[in-house]
Write a protein of this length. Sequence first.
Length: 438
Amino acid sequence: MNPHLKLIRDYESRNVTHLAEDGSWPIVWERAKGVHVWDTDGKKYLDLTAAFAVAATGHANPRVTKAAQAQLAKLPHAMGDVHPHPLKGQLARELSKLTFERWARTEFRHVHYRCLPHEMPPRHGKTIFCNSGFEAIEAALKTALLATNKKGIIAFEGAYHGLGYGALAATHRKHFRNPFTKQLGKFGHFASFPTTVDELAITKKELNALFKKQAIGAVLVEPIQGRAGIRIPPPEFLRVLRTLCDQHNALLICDEIYTGFGRTGKWFACEHSSFFPDLICLDKALTNGFPLSACVGRATVMDRAWPKSEGEAIHTSTFLGHPVGCAMALAQLRELKEKKLITQARHRGNQLARICKKFPIPGSRFVGKGLMSGLAFNKSEGPRVMAVVKEMLQRGFILLPAGEHGNVIAFSPAFTITEKQLERTMRALQSSFKNLKS
Ligand SMILES: Cc1ncc(COP(=O)(O)O)c(C=O)c1O
């Protein structure tokens, strides 16, 4: 056995890393650059995952790395909610500009925000920084309770919002929930996630029934479901949710932890519909590789929810707004803008859809938007998909299955991937499926 994996086997909690008996999974990453990863044996791989959709501008992006190194040498840690460092406010301002301020401008003028009479129009955003995705979700759940005084949350079947106890109450999959139900809060309610207009009509009925029966403070939704297997709702979905939230004085929370920062070909996936949330949760591609996340809310909602700190914040953490993470995020946003990488992600996504058609794999269906896409198979095909993913690893391609049944081969590469590299991947995938059949 690889000596590094031996250490993992002996000293890491055994539920964390799956170690296949036959040595086919996992590899041990030594270094990474752009769209490539090298393992500890020196073998080179093409990474189609961007490591859980994080490294959007490429692994070890020079601009982001330089910013991280400089910040690490200058100030590696500050005092979260006590003595801030300059980059925290700068990043919060950038996030406001990218979200609520952009959404309020001309192109989206037709969108109506519902404000209480005493509120200013919601022109900017305010941020709570956190460390990982699930914490940003929990900050949003707390905001919803404080703003509405209603504890119920509606989430959707298939939803993945993370595994901390707060977020887990709104995460749907039994695999994650069942072992912990005894300690799990009961404020999460689930409606079906629609992928067609007919299904949307059913979802609407379910939502109305839930709003009638429960005191609902927020609807929490992934505009495109990621871990559920790249599930795209009809375009009217967010409009329906926005309207219901407005009617029932509930907040709309978009979990854009996976979809955010250009993954779907727009800065944020909600922009495909022009209906916007009250709170947006961000993580993954924000820093390109540092555990820093954010819950950004309409300033009016945030100020309504959270009391002014009188010296002891009611929600904080030791590493809140980490200076290295903030430096990386500011560099990452500059990189995305200056290199026009979001347009590139949209363009590459269209190319990938064409390439998938050119190299058809029987029984598969292309799903996706931008560079959040995949090949979906029947639910029963999970084992075959995993066998192909493992065989592709042998061939030098890093892929992951998605979906409750592991029946989707997901693609979430860096936006810097080339058309040729995508074509090479599909050629190899086609051959891998053929090999495994025979
Ligand atoms: C949509 C979505 N929300 C929340 C999370 C949880 O983020 P984290 O694993 O950083 O807690 C994930 C992680 O994959 C995600 O895809």
